[in-house]
Design a protein around this ligand. Structure first.
Ligand code: XUL
Ligand code: CO
Length: 439
């Protein structure tokens, strides 16, 4: 197989002083951080769609980078195989062990679903053949139920029972392929599971149908031996005006309502969090405290823009706070998928590598700083002290849920008044965080 990314070497760790554009400055895979290798703490994955598919096309213009990878025509099995070859070479050069995909990223979709499914069989055989003897594996798979016009009114939430059958068929095949490739997770991103206007929408009906689709997916997956994690990826809007999996709190409530919370967890994407008006850390925290943090889609939004820009993560303040939540979660059951794409004018193969070096270094730096925050102890020590009044006998009784309003009202009446609680000291804490980040 001919080398595709010629002139680009294997990317190695050289340390923060290195000026080599093709070296990691912080990601040192074998370095032990908090008792585990960095490569284990950071199970990075490549997104097939952005890295091997997206060619820079946008609403205003054509593609800017050629991603045929030597195939004579795009949209052919030959091209699908060239993408596999390119993807494997790319992952090997960066030391990335996982990849994520939608069914239609792997192969071109035919008008006949049976033909598409045969293509998926062929390409998954090819991936297995080409990854044999390497440590490259599937992180998660998913079905694209938002691009084809049949899904214009949704997939699980469609008004059309025949379209619902197609959604079920795609999910079934995508689970088959995920299991065949040894995937750790199966993702539902509700791209068109929402509405444009309530004037034409039965919300409860649509949500029940989505839940039923997820229940069937769970039952089918478990019946064919899938032991991994099902995931919901919340996003509040785009492409729909309102999407049902608005944020982690909403999606967790939905899973509990329909009895799916034992099999499903969250796949939290940074840019989706900001679209919901939350920080990335907020979404990770809400997932973590509910034992629902499964995986992340690593990227970042542009705060000047109100849409999903899927930039590669560069903001180390955010990656530090994200890694803090992940470390506190005891790691991620699934992994860290770069659902990120190069900017349209970054149109060379070199740019593809620079983007991943940036993202991997940003998360490695975040991991190192998260470990420092924990070892330093000032932030956590402050929080312990902030809530310490609840260590009293009364506080413990309240925590156990053993008090009544009348009893507490009686205490308040005896006390007559109460002073303001201890300071929240936000500026001090932000200074501590900066001190850790900048030293
Ligand atoms: C879209 C998005 C998707 C999912 C998988 O915003 O994030 O690519 O990650 O369908
Ligand atoms: Co995503």
């Amino acid at each position: 197989m001919a080398e595709i990314f010629k002139n680009i070497p294997e990317i190695k760790y050289e340390g923060p002083q290195s000026k080599n554009p093709f070296a990691f400055k912080y990601y040192d895979p074998d370095r032990i951080v908090m008792g585990k290798k960095m490569s284990e703490q950071l199970p990075f994955a490549m997104a097939w769609w952005h890295n091997l598919g997206a060619n820079g096309v946008d609403m205003f213009g054509r593609g800017t980078i050629d991603k045929s990878f030597g195939a004579s025509a795009e949209g052919t099995i030959e091209h699908a195989k060239a993408k596999v070859d390119a993807g494997i070479e790319f992952m090997k050069k960066l030391g990335i062990k996982y990849y994520c995909w939608h069914d239609v990223d792997l192969v071109p979709e035919d008008e006949d679903i049976n033909v598409t499914n045969e293509r998926l069989d062929i390409i998954s055989d090819y991936i297995l053949e080409k990854t044999a003897g390497t440590d490259i594996k599937c992180l998660w798979g998913t079905a694209n139920m938002f691009s084809h016009p049949r899904f214009m009114n949704g997939a699980g939430s469609t008004n059309d029972v025949n379209v619902y059958c197609f959604a079920a068929a795609q999910v079934k095949k995508a689970i088959d392929i995920t299991v065949k490739l040894g995937g750790k997770g199966y993702v539902f991103w509700g791209g068109r599971e929402g509405y444009e206007t309530l004037l034409n929408t039965r919300v409860k009906f649509e949500q029940e149908n989505i839940a039923n689709l997820m229940r069937m997916a769970r039952d089918y997956g478990r019946s064919i031996g899938f032991k991994g994690t099902f995931l919901i990826e919340p996003k509040p809007k785009e492409p729909m005006k309102h999407q049902y999996d608005f944020d982690a709190a909403t999606a967790i409530g939905f899973l509990k309502e329909y009895g799916l919370d034992k099999d499903f967890k969250m796949n939290i994407e940074a840019n989706h969090a900001t679209l919901a008006g939350h920080t990335f850390q907020h979404e990770l925290r809400i997932s973590r405290i509910n034992d629902m943090l499964g995986s992340i889609d690593a990227n970042q939004g542009d705060m000047m823009l109100g849409w999903d820009t899927d930039c590669f993560p560069s903001n180390v303040y955010d990656t530090t706070l994200a890694m803090y939540e992940i470390v506190k979660n005891g790691g991620l059951p699934v992994g860290i998928n770069f659902d990120s794409k190069n900017r349209r004018p970054s149109n060379t193969y070199e740019d593809m590598f620079h983007a991943f070096i940036l993202g991997m270094d940003s998360f490695a730096f975040g991991l190192l700083k998260a470990a420092e925050i924990i070892e330093d102890g000032r932030l956590e020590g402050f929080v312990d002290k902030k809530y310490s009044s609840f260590e009293s006998e009364l506080g413990q009784k309240i925590r156990r849920g053993e008090t009544t309003l009348a009893e507490l009202a009686e205490k308040a009446s005896e006390m007559k008044n109460v002073a303001t609680p201890v300071s929240g000291a936000q500026e001090y804490l932000e200074g501590v965080l900066n001190n850790i980040l900048l030293n």
